[in-house]
Design a binder for this molecule. Structure first.
Ligand code: SAM
Ligand code: SF4
Length: 474
């Protein structure tokens, strides 16, 4: 039975996106090097920026000034997140969809799309395939359809948590699904979701109306904009926002993401846990206006400026982008990436080495294996992490903000990153990846300042190598 959601908005819901104000900020903020440096100084103190301040950074065009922005973003990432990068994989559960988003191959009117929903047995099969290469964190993705109601989504989340093979298990299940009502959010929360992620796609009202036809479920701008506020009221306090870059002016979307983040912070005292900035990709039977496509250079600018505007929010860079660009942009403030991703339904066991456009939502730029991505991260001196400790110990929402402070990273995040990396190296890595990984672990362990924590971490790393002990979290 599919329950239709009620259409009740959050308490005192408001449309907090003022198109005229944001457009005017973009048009009327002139490049000013000394203002840029003042704003950068504020960011470097890890203070969230106001939209007017973000607009100052967006107005910087001079390449040398832009380079200063890039350098500050790199520095801020090092200060707040260190060199850890969290890894996850998307798992598409079903692509039936009642909406008709013009950019998406799953849209209702694309009669060529191969439609499929994984059966429970197929979910188990896909999860086992993901666990067998070492994944610990997934994001489940669904089209919008009455059959993917909150009850069904909760069921699939439970199925994923139940599936364990060998030493493999999924320790955190996030979801990217259409907005729900309060009761729906409570159901998925009870099933143990981590982050509830939803992208506004574009925050610009007229553009939104153009891409999401009236009369479709997604055609209701406000229902979607208010989605995370309802989630919060239903105690899903771990939220991910995002915009699909390429539908409207990228600077407008950046200002809107900052506005959304400030709105959640002011209203609920909790900002978003993550921001995503997917860029429009080619998709089967999709032919779009190219006017607002974002160049690689501007993409780098937007990632850096978002990093500087919302210092404590995780930033997700997806496999839509090419390996080369991902490698470069990683240092600008990214904290999470997906790897070894397949987005065809059933793709982890059926897709082989090529992409099949009729079966996927859009084309991926990076389909390297998890092991290959891990090796590259290690060679670039990152610590790839599968840590899920904060969420599992209740350090989310308000608490997450509290803990995202220096010292916490040294004493909790780094040791947890190292033990989860060790699990990967021992249980799943290729010999080449293991060799480079062990070197990084030795170096990072030596760098832990607190002697008690260092000794405890060393002991845990030894237990992982010598015994079956796993999931040893700080
Ligand atoms: N159907 C739900 C929804 O629309 O909210 C779940 C998410 S949808 C399967 C995942 C996301 O993919 C969308 O929010 C959109 O931003 C992104 N997407 C759709 N078409 C895309 C394209 N051609 N290129 C890049 N991203 C795309
Ligand atoms: Fe459906 Fe989501 Fe694609 Fe829109 S983006 S057509 S809602 S799957």
């Amino acid at each position: 039975m599919c329950a239709m959601p009620t259409m009740t908005l959050s308490k005192g819901a408001v449309d907090f996106i003022n198109d005229e104000k944001l457009t005017s900020l973009i048009e009327n903020t002139r490049e000013d090097a000394s203002r840029v440096r003042e704003v950068l100084a504020k960011s470097m103190e890890k203070k969230a920026l106001q939209v007017e301040e973000t607009a100052v950074l967006l107005a910087a065009e001079n390449p040398e000034l832009v380079e200063e922005i890039f350098e500050c973003a790199r520095e801020l990432k090092r200060k707040v997140y260190g060199n850890r990068i969290v890894l996850f994989a998307p798992l598409y559960i079903g692509n039936d969809c009642v909406n008709d988003c013009k950019y998406c191959a799953f849209r209702h009117s694309n009669k060529d799309a191969v439609r499929r929903t994984l059966t429970d047995a197929e979910i188990v099969q896909q999860v086992e395939a993901l666990e067998n290469v070492g994944h610990k964190r997934l994001i489940l993705v669904y089209g919008e359809h009455p059959k993917y109601d909150a009850e069904y989504i909760a069921h699939t989340v439970r199925k994923v948590y139940e599936t364990k093979v060998g030493r493999g298990e999924i320790r955190r299940v996030n979801i990217n699904a259409a907005p729900m009502d309060h009761a729906g959010y409570r159901l998925v929360k009870e099933a143990g979701i981590g982050t509830y992620q939803i992208f506004q796609e574009t925050y610009h009202h007229a553009t939104y109306a153009n891409y999401h036809p009236k009369g479709t479920r997604k055609g209701d701008f406000m229902w979607r904009l208010d989605g995370l506020s309802r989630a919060f009221e239903a105690e899903c306090d771990d939220m991910g926002i995002g915009a699909l870059f390429g539908l409207h002016d990228w600077r407008f979307e950046v200002l809107s993401l900052v506005t959304h983040s400030l709105h959640l912070q002011q209203r609920y005292n909790v900002g978003p846990h993550t921001i995503s900035f997917p860029r429009l990709q080619p998709a089967h039977m999709v032919n779009l206006d190219q006017k607002w496509l974002v160049s690689d250079y501007n993409f780098k600018r937007l990632v850096a400026i978002l990093r500087l505007s919302v210092p404590y929010t995780g930033m997700i860079l997806t496999a839509r982008e090419s390996p080369k660009l991902r490698r470069e942009i990683m240092s600008f403030g990214v904290s999470q990436i997906d790897a070894g991703s397949r987005i065809e339904i059933g793709g982890y066991t059926e897709a082989g080495d090529t992409q099949c456009m009729e079966r996927e939502q859009f084309a991926l730029g990076d389909i390297r294996s998890l092991d290959e991505v891990m090796r590259e991260l290690l060679q670039d001196n990152y610590i790839p992490s599968f840590c899920t400790a904060c969420y599992r110990l209740g350090r989310t929402g308000e608490h997450f903000m509290e803990f995202a402070i220096p010292g916490f990273i040294q004493n909790f995040c780094t040791p947890n990153a190292l033990t989860t990396l060790e699990e990967y190296l021992v249980d799943y890595a290729s010999p080449e990846t293991r060799t480079v990984g062990e070197k990084i672990i030795a170096r990072e362990l030596a760098g832990i300042k607190d002697e008690k924590i260092k000794a405890e971490a060393a002991d845990r790393l030894r237990r992982i190598k010598e015994t079956d002990d796993r999931d040893l979290i700080f």
